[in-house]
Design a protein around this ligand. Structure first.
Ligand SMILES: N[C@@H](CCC(=O)N[C@@H](CS)C(=O)NCC(=O)O)C(=O)O
Length: 210
């Protein structure tokens, strides 16, 4: 298995899942944005985005989808939810929610306020920030009285949504998080799997293969 990654980008979802599951993988960490700063990347992944993940004949470009793939392909149901479990629907909903509902407005905020700033775009960016924060309502309500999102245990739904919270922190907008959401993010960041992923993304190339 090989993962192409940029530091703290959405590919961190996949890296965090690989570390939690203890699966062997190869990691290539590239400067961001890789389609401009990493020669030859467009030949590897024509989309030019991260993550890019290869496992045998399987090629995936969706961060939450890679987490889901790992659970199913490698029977990592300690980190997933099986269809016969009562919270299977909620589990899938959080997995899709993580990127389509949460990270989507965050990246528009990033793009319009930090990557391509001008006065008009900055206003649009601020609007997407408010939109993202408003969309945390459902997650905040859930983690107010639950340690993790589903099934009373840590799953890849926590990795997928927790990454969005972490990205918000890196974007400097986490001061607007409500107390239960902040406490949930701290719980996730305290996990050895999250910390190992942080170490892995800093390690020199020759030491990354496990
Ligand atoms: N829906 C995809 C989005 C992938 C994506 O857009 N990744 C961003 C980094 S967070 C990227 O590679 N941007 C660089 C670019 O568009 O050139 C996912 O969840 O992985």
């Amino acid at each position: 298995m090989k993962l192409w990654h940029c530091q703290d980008a959405r590919s961190l979802r996949a890296l965090w899942a690989l570390e939690e599951m203890g699966l062997p993988y190869e990691l290539e960490v590239m400067p961001f944005p890789p389609r401009f700063l990493h020669a030859g990347y467009l030949e590897v992944n024509p989309l030019g985005t991260v993550p890019y993940f290869v496992d045998g004949d399987h090629q995936l470009t969706e961060s939450s989808g890679i987490c889901h793939y790992l659970v199913e392909r490698y029977q990592q149901y300690g980190f997933g939810v099986r269809p016969e479990e009562p919270e299977y629907g909620a589990y899938l909903n959080w997995l899709y929610h993580s990127d389509a509902t949460l990270t989507f407005p965050q990246t528009l905020y990033l793009r319009y306020t930090q990557l391509e700033p001008d006065e008009t775009k900055a206003l649009v960016g601020e609007d997407y920030k408010k939109w993202y924060l408003a969309r945390l309502r459902m997650l905040n309500a859930r983690v107010t009285d639950h340690e993790y999102l589903v099934s009373g245990r840590f799953t890849i739904a926590d990795i997928a949504c927790g990454y969005a919270l972490y990205l918000g922190e890196n974007l400097g907008i986490s001061e607007a998080y409500k107390a239960p959401t902040l406490a949930y993010l701290e719980r996730l960041k305290a996990r050895p799997g999250f910390q190992q992923a942080q170490v892995a993304q800093q390690r020199p190339l020759d030491l990354r293969q496990s």
